[in-house]
Every structure is written in C-alpha cells, then in structure tokens.
Write a protein that binds this ligand. Structure first.
Ligand SMILES: [Cu+2]
Length: 181
C-alpha cells in the first residue's frame, strides 16, 4: 500500500514523465499561438475596430434631463404616434431620448447622412438601448447623460428595444427612430 501512494516528493507509478508525443506538442503550439492572436486582437480591435463610440458623458439629475427632453419635444414636435410625440430636430442638433419605465420617449425622425448628437438618460432604472435591425447596444443609466455622435446611414423605420430587464413592462418597451432621405 505504502509504495503505491505518491505525493510531491514520492513520484507516482507509471510513465507520466516520458516525453510529450509530437502530436500533442503540435496542438499545444497551435493553442498557444491562437491564445496570442486573440490576446493581440483585444488592443488591435480597440484601435481599429471602430466599435468604441466617442461618447460625451455628464452627470444629470432626472428632473433636469426630463425638463431638457420636454423642451426639445416642444421645440421640434411634428406630430404624435400612439400618444408619444414625434420629433424632427434639425440636422446637427442635440437630440434627447428618454428611456423610462416602460417607453422610449419621444419618437425621433432623423435625416439620412446628417449628424446628430444623441443624448440618452433614464429617470428611473437602467435600460438598454438596442437598435434593430442594427447591432447597436448602449446602457441608459439614471443620473448620467450619455451622448453619441450619430449619423444615420440608411433610411428606414428602426425600433429601439430595451435589452436591460427593467420590470414588469420591460417587454413592451419598444421605441422608434424614423430615418428619412
Ligand atoms: Cu427594459
């Protein structure tokens, strides 16, 4: 019994110490090189990927952001859809979007190929801004005004879906951005 036991000092019985077979060495090498490639991709993608938005961030109270959004709506409102104002801001302007339980407010009408500064905030809990059918995802965080420079490249009717669970009405939290030529 005693000589069958092994520890850090007593070697186990068997041939575990023989050389690694060639095939295994090849696979270890392939896996290691792949690890290095993936590791290098992280900084590479950060610089070249074009997926890091140049966000403009600032603290804001729920009340201030709400009032700012209301002013924006009053200034550029062109209609209404299911009780939610449809707002068409001039190109180049600051656009205010409010993500709240459980709606995206207001509906935005933007022009294709023009730049806007899209502000987002929430007065209550975290929401997730995800634009369909594009693959765009952002966190909408209470207390923060997070703005992005956006330039719609395609005309169409886009849906904003909340992808951060925010309560009982979460699944109904669908907003709209219209992009016109
Ligand atoms: Cu939600």
């Amino acid at each position: 019994m005693k000589d069958k036991m092994h520890s850090g000092i007593v070697a186990p019985v068997g041939i575990w110490w023989t050389d690694i077979p060639k095939q295994e060495k090849i696979w270890i090498t392939i896996a290691f090189v792949w690890c290095l490639i993936l590791f290098a991709m992280m900084p590479f993608w950060h610089i070249k990927g074009g997926q890091n938005p140049t966000g403009i961030r600032g603290k804001v109270t729920a009340q201030d952001y709400y009032e700012r959004t209301e002013r924006f709506v009053e200034d550029y409102k062109i209609g209404e859809e299911n009780g939610i104002p449809v707002v068409e801001p001039p190109p180049g302007s600051d656009v205010y979007l409010l993500g709240r339980m459980w709606q995206w407010y207001p509906v935005l009408k933007l022009k294709k190929g023009k730049e806007y500064i899209l502000h987002m905030s929430s007065p209550d809990v975290n929401h997730g801004f995800s634009l369909h059918p594009m693959n765009i995802n952002f966190q909408v965080v209470p207390g923060y005004d997070y703005a992005l420079r956006v330039e719609p490249k395609e005309a169409g009717d886009f849906r904003i879906i909340c992808n951060e669970f925010c309560g009982i009405g979460h699944h109904m939290m669908v907003g709209k951005i219209l992009v016109v030529d």
